[in-house]
Structures are given as C-alpha cells and as structure tokens.
Design a protein around this ligand. Structure first.
Ligand code: HEM
Ligand SMILES: *[C@@H]1O[C@H](CO)[C@@H](O)[C@H](O)[C@H]1NC(C)=O
Ligand SMILES: *[C@@H]1O[C@H](CO)[C@@H](O)[C@H](O)[C@H]1NC(C)=O
Ligand SMILES: *[C@@H]1O[C@H](CO)[C@@H](O)[C@H](O)[C@H]1NC(C)=O
Ligand SMILES: *[C@@H]1O[C@H](CO)[C@@H](O)[C@H](O)[C@H]1NC(C)=O
Ligand SMILES: *[C@@H]1O[C@H](CO)[C@@H](O)[C@H](O)[C@H]1NC(C)=O
Ligand SMILES: *[C@@H]1O[C@H](CO)[C@@H](O)[C@H](O)[C@H]1NC(C)=O
Ligand SMILES: *[C@@H]1O[C@H](CO)[C@@H](O)[C@H](O)[C@H]1NC(C)=O
Length: 353
C-alpha cells in the first residue's frame, strides 16, 4: 500500500514538475498540441505502434523508396480535405482508393492506400482496434520523411477516423492547383492558419516524389514559362512531348529520392517543376525564406517539423468523435465483415462471464 502511495506520489511529482517542463520544451521545438492529442497517446494501449510501422516501412522502402513520397502526399491530402480524419482513404472519396475518375493532378498512388491497410492490419493484430487509420497515416508520413533522410520528430496522436467521404467539391476547393502563384497559395493556406514560412516549408515536401506531365505542361505549351530554366524546359519537353503524355518525372532534379533542402536550391536555379514551387522564389514575400532554407538545411528541417505538426492537427476528431475503423477503406457502419466480428467478441465475453 505504502509502495503504491509513494509510486503515485512520484507520478504526481513527475506530472507537476516534469511534464510542464517537457511541454515547454516541446512547444519551443514544435507547434502547440490540439486538445485530445498527445505524443504518448498509445503508450498503454499500443506501445509498439510506432515501432511496428517503422519496421514495416523500412522493409517496404528498401524495395521501393518511391513509396515514401506517396505516403507523405497522402497525409497532406488527408489533412487539407476535411481535416486529418482518414476520409481520403475511404472507398468512394474523391481521389480515394477506388477513384478512377479523379483528375490526374489529384491522383494518389494506389500502393499508398495498400501500404496503409497493411500497416493497419499489423498494428491491429498486435493491439486490437485501438489505433486510428488517420494516426497510422500521420506516423507513416513522418517515417517517410525520416527514412528518406529527413528529420525525426514526434507525431501528436489520438486522431479518430471520420464518417464523411471526401467529396469532389471539397477536394477541389481545398487542394490548390500546381498552377497557383504565391498569392493564391498564401491565401489558401492562411485559411488553415498556415503562414508564409509554413507554406514554403511544406512545399519542401516536393524534395521527393514524381509528377505526371499533365500537372505542369501548361508551363511548356503553347508558350514556355519565362521563369523556367531553359535546359530543364528542354528536358521536360522530351519527357512530355505532348500535353496529354502519360509520362512522369521527378519533382527534385538534384536528389529525387532524398529528403533534403535541394528543392530550394532548385528554386534558386529556376528548376522548380510547378508554378506553385517556382513562384515562391519569384515572390518578394517568400524569396528570402527559400534562400534561407537553401543555405541552411537544419533551418528547413526545423520549420518543416513545425509546419507538419500544424498540418497534422487540422480539424482533427478526438475523444468520442468519429470512430476507429476496422478497415481503413470503409466506415465501420458499412463494413460487412465487422458486424460478425463484433458479435463474436460479445459472445466470447458473455461466455467468460
Ligand atoms: C502547397 C501546395 C501544393 C501543391 C500545389 C501541390 C501539387 C502537387 C502536384 C500537382 C503533384 C504531382 C501529382 C501528379 O501529377 O502525379 C504533387 C506531388 C507531390 N506532393 Fe504536392 N502539392 C502541394 C503541397 C504539398 C505538401 C504540403 C506536401 C507534403 C508535405 C506535398 C507532397 C507531395 C509529394 C511527396 C508528391 C509526390 C507524390 C508521389 O510521388 O506519388 N505536396 N504535389
Ligand atoms: C459542388 O460545387 C458545384 C459548383 O461549385 C455546385 O454546383 C454543387 O452543388 C456542389 N455539390 C455539392 C455536393 O456540394
Ligand atoms: C485539376 O485538373 C482539372 C482538369 O483536369 C481542373 O478542373 C482542376 O481545377 C484541377 N484541380 C487541381 C486541384 O489542380
Ligand atoms: C495570381 O493568380 C491569381 C489567380 O490566377 C491572379 O488573379 C493574380 O493576378 C496572380 N497574382 C500575381 C501577382 O501574379
Ligand atoms: C515518355 O518519355 C520518353 C522520354 O523519357 C519519350 O521518349 C516518350 O516519347 C514519352 N512518351 C510519351 C507517351 O509521352
Ligand atoms: C495526344 O495529343 C495529340 C496531339 O497533341 C494527338 O495527336 C493524340 O491523339 C493524343 N493522344 C491521346 C491518347 O489522346
Ligand atoms: C541554421 O539554422 C539552425 C536552426 O535554426 C541554427 O541553429 C543555425 O545557427 C543556422 N546556421 C547558420 C549557419 O545560420
Ligand atoms: C476492406 O474493405 C475493402 C472495400 O470494401 C475490401 O475490398 C477489402 O477486402 C477490405 N479489407 C479487409 C482486410 O477486410
């Protein structure tokens, strides 16, 4: 009894003295946490969740590092459209796993959806249905950054999965097109409380991954964008001979698969692929931020983590809101397999009683 008491007392001391200290340190290093989220959310219910995901993704990326880009972009699309609630994963959502009609500028890799479902299966078989699909996507995005050479950082957890599909309208309205200039981008992201530094830092996600020709051929035909480097323009015209070419090319010509600050060096050399990228260096409001990131990778990493942490908490569902999906592609109420599983669970429990 005494031991329990002194243990409780120690915990109390820890809670009073150490946690506020940690909170201050964390707040300095990163953006503040939304109510209901915590970096230790699964400490008692699924302590291995992050190591399970890290281990599996290491294996996946060893075979195919390209998948890191697909997973990072998936988290971005999830958070920008209706908040980080895994609505993007639902079968039937615009640009969701079964969506064939999504415009190519919205296309997400099919494989990214499969990887998330694989991760969900691994995590749930270890801990039961306690970890949300939206948290799995957020952790997978962080691991994609880290395992590609980027910064390591703690992800706030405790998101729950949404019940609403990501509609075509919401998708188009919330994801700025690659033809956006800096004014459009700053305005669009300001609506999500993201400032100019966040905009430039988040765009650094384009240090890995690929794009389809259709996302940028308006910079080549009928007239060439004067802010595009001539040698790169010539190369892009070879890769994309027509506006309807289905070819793809890398977003970062210097180090296409490495999460580093070379994206910003590209911008300083007029080698950004999209208008939304290149204009960040052309616009006086963001030019210095680009330069600062290009000359100081630690600074980019630091600001990227802050911006990702903000993005990762956009309109999250917590507590008893939403649900924890048993299959990331379908809501529990639509899950024909879940009904029988839940019934079995209840039966087993009543037998034990
Ligand atoms: C700020 C506005 C943004 C615009 C206009 C934009 C636009 C695009 C476009 C058009 C593509 C190529 C799609 C294709 O043709 O296949 C793309 C790819 C990508 N984007 Fe963005 N994006 C933005 C922000 C972000 C953010 C915030 C992140 C993550 C932090 C991100 C990460 C990626 C990645 C990793 C890819 C490559 C995906 C792959 O290889 O499968 N983007 N983006
Ligand atoms: C989608 O947007 C279009 C035009 O912006 C509008 O006419 C339509 O009603 C919207 N649909 C939904 C389901 O909100
Ligand atoms: C994507 O392209 C379609 C046309 O293919 C266009 O209507 C839409 O506005 C574009 N949206 C984005 C977000 O780029
Ligand atoms: C940015 O794009 C918007 C929308 O296309 C346009 O109205 C505006 O004039 C552009 N701003 C600049 C500075 O080019
Ligand atoms: C795809 O790109 C290659 C060069 O990388 C080019 O030779 C080929 O014509 C392109 N194909 C199409 C359909 O655009
Ligand atoms: C692509 O566009 C070219 C002309 O720009 C046309 O000749 C060709 O048929 C188109 N291909 C497809 C698959 O639409
Ligand atoms: C680069 O940025 C880091 C992180 O903000 C900072 O500590 C460091 O002093 C900067 N380095 C230089 C050379 O400015
Ligand atoms: C998840 O749901 C999708 C869509 O209904 C289905 O195709 C898939 O087989 C389900 N996966 C699992 C593991 O039940």
């Amino acid at each position: 009894m005494a031991r329990v008491k002194s243990f409780t007392f120690l915990l109390l001391v820890q809670a009073l003295l150490i946690s506020p200290l940690l909170c201050v340190l964390e707040a300095h290093a990163s953006a503040p946490l939304s109510k209901g989220l915590s970096r230790k959310f699964y400490q008692s219910t699924c302590p291995k969740v992050e190591s399970i995901i890290r281990k599996h993704l290491k294996k996946v990326f060893k075979r195919d590092i390209d998948q890191a880009a697909g997973l990072l972009r998936l988290h971005f699309h999830d958070c920008f459209v209706q908040g980080c609630d895994a609505s993007v994963l639902l079968d039937g959502s615009a640009s969701g796993p079964s969506e064939q009609q999504a415009p190519p500028n919205l296309s997400l890799r099919k494989r990214a959806f499969e990887i998330v479902n694989d991760l969900r299966e691994l995590v749930h078989s270890e801990c039961g249905r306690v970890v949300s699909c939206s948290d799995i996507v957020a952790i997978a995005a962080r691991d994609s950054v880290y395992l590609s050479g980027g910064p390591e950082y703690g992800v706030p957890l405790g998101r729950r999965d949404g019940l609403n599909f990501a509609t075509q309208n919401a998708t188009l309205a919330n994801l700025p097109p690659p033809s956006s200039n800096t004014t459009v981008l700053l305005n669009a992201l300001a609506q999500k409380n993201l400032d100019a530094t966040d905009v430039v830092a988040l765009s650094g996600g384009h240090t890995i991954g690929i794009s389809h020709c259709t996302s940028f051929t308006d910079r080549l035909y009928p007239t060439q964008d004067p802010t595009l480097d001539q040698t790169l323009a010539d190369d892009l015209k070879t890769i994309c001979p027509t506006t309807n070419s289905t070819n793809t090319t890398v977003l970062d010509i210097r180090t296409p698969n490495i999460f580093d600050n070379k994206y910003y060096v590209n911008l300083m050399n007029r080698q950004g692929l999209f208008v939304s990228d290149q204009d960040l260096y052309m616009d006086a409001r963001t030019k210095d931020i680009v330069t600062n990131f290009a000359v100081n990778e630690s600074l980019f990493f630091e600001k990227f983590v802050v911006a990702m942490t903000k993005m990762g908490q956009l309109s999250v569902l917590t507590g008893t809101q939403g649900e924890i999906r048993a299959n990331c592609s379908v809501r529990n109420s639509d899950n024909i397999y879940l009904v029988s599983v839940v019934d079995e669970d209840l039966e087993t429990k009543s037998e034990l009683r």
